[in-house]
Design a protein around this ligand. Structure first.
Ligand code: SF4
Ligand code: SF4
Length: 53
């Protein structure tokens, strides 16, 4: 997952991942891509379109 510069670290994406693969640590988003099922829910909820797969 690519996180664009304009991410505002709101945590929306971390809250909706059905597999809890996104960890928000202050100003860092950490993805566990190995278990991602590519549902794109995280991409869909981002209010500023900061995620890309
Ligand atoms: S939902 Fe978008 S803006 Fe919010 S933390 Fe995730 S990538 Fe960043
Ligand atoms: S695409 Fe789906 S499974 Fe993968 S990180 Fe996003 S919400 Fe989680």
């Amino acid at each position: 997952m690519i996180v664009k510069d304009w991410c505002m670290y709101c945590g929306e994406c971390a809250g909706v991942c059905p597999k809890n693969l996104i960890l928000l640590k202050e100003t860092d988003l950490i993805f566990d891509d190995s278990k991602c099922r590519e549902c794109d829910i995280c991409i869909g909820v981002c209010p500023v379109n900061a995620l890309e797969r």
